[in-house]
Write a protein that binds this ligand. Sequence first.
Ligand code: FAD
Ligand code: 2HG
Ligand code: ZN
Length: 483
Amino acid sequence: SGNASAVKSSRFDKLKEPDVKFFKSAVGEKGVIMDKDELAVANIDWMHKYQGHSQILLRPQTTRQVSEILRYCNSRNLAVVPQGGNTGLVGGGVPVHDEVIMNLGALNKIISFDEVSGILVCESGCILENLDNYIGNKGFTMPLDLGAKGSCQIGGNVSTNAGGLRLLRYGSLHGNVLGLEVVLADGTVVDMLGTLIKDNTGYDMKQLFIGGEGTLGVVTKVSILVPAKLGSVNTAFLACEDYESCQNVLKEAKMQLGEILSAFEFIDRAALDMALTHLSGTRDPLPQSWKNFYLLIETTGSDEAHDKEKLHRFLESTMEKGFVADGVVAQGSTQADSFWQIREGISEAIGKAGAVYKYDFSLPPKYFYKIVEDLRGRLGSAAVVLGYGHLGDGNVHLNVSAPEYDNELLEKIEPYVFEWVAKHKGSVSAEHGIGFMKPHALHYSKSTEAIMLMEKFKSLLDPKGILNPYKVLPNASKSTPNP
Ligand code: FAD
Ligand code: 2HG
Ligand code: ZN
């Protein structure tokens, strides 16, 4: 198991028989799950690192049911963990102790889609890939894409402010999400479900719930602006001799590919090897040249001939300048998919290799890879250190793979990496969030005053602290005595 732990708070009551009875009356027999096998799946996270002990999983089907459950839990001092697709990577979506699990998967209806404005309104339990398929048929695409798209829910994406593979092109959910319906801890339903691109009517309160990680409210509906799905997509897999060259390629890509650049992903040799070793059906896209650094670049536009020409000119010039050592442009979508399978499968591959310590840092491009090299030097042969991620966004995924979890190893990694990031003015979480994994590290990226303000919002919106306790806020992971 992982390293994090928190003492159970005495503020919360235990689940009792009348509670189960109430839940059954609120969501029906089918919406109340106490089956051991189903609970086992919901009690553990995707990495199998965070293990909770909840006795009950609720699957509300409507906002009203979400509201009734929360009002009841708030009055009974029962802690609740909101859960989407359970693909989160910081232990935020699983109980720490015996919190009631509220899974939003049954809130899965599409409410409306406007083909002129490109505004989609749906319930929060819709799976990202299903939404992409639905609007794909109408010529649109979701503004975010990530390896977990087949199981993550839009409500989970919003609650973690997920970034992913296309953020470089379409921006973050703080810009794309136009409105939310949210249920607060006491059951109050807050309608902020705007469907306007521009709306400056006072404080933009929905922003607090984007990246709120289920600590401030439960997201039940989402309104989101989606871009047109353009027909011309080109994908290239490039090899570079050194990291310096990768930075040069990024600069050139911005200048030369401009508006058609839709992804700029980075994979180091160790990450590529991990994928090739553990993912069946993968093969090295550039078997003839063994390099330490790889880039996956994608362009998306509407004019195939123009886009291809631009990409080829870009490749020619970056090779001439010596920035790119070797490269291949996908001939068709099957080959493009095989490149993406490698990039998107790295997390899964590392999971198969054994224990993994995951970090998700924002750093200025010049330090993006330095932390990987420094940690590799520091750990020596004790572990495999990998670096990959969204170079176009300055977001490095530093992963440490070891045969098993080991406190001695962990002590060599933390707080070293957090101090390193703080010193270089980075963020200890670029896109995965704080969850249960990193409350102790929040202060490396946020001032004392900013954390105090976060706590004030928390106590305003959830005075009893029933929503996702022990997560995000540093003090929330400590138990407070009964008032
Ligand atoms: P969960 O894991 O169920 O929950 C995540 C958090 O949100 C928890 O704190 C939970 O309490 C809260 N939550 C969930 N639903 C709601 C709701 N309706 N209301 C309130 N709170 C809620 N992340 C990225 O940012 N970029 C990536 O590229 C990326 N790639 C990934 C690839 C893989 C293979 C995997 C396994 C994960 C990846 N992730 C990535 C992390 C993860 O997929 C995202 O964080 C995703 O947005 C989580 O959605 P979910 O529905 O699975 O949420
Ligand atoms: C990715 O970009 C995801 O592949 C997962 O954000 C990163 O597992 C990781 O560290
Ligand atoms: Zn990522």
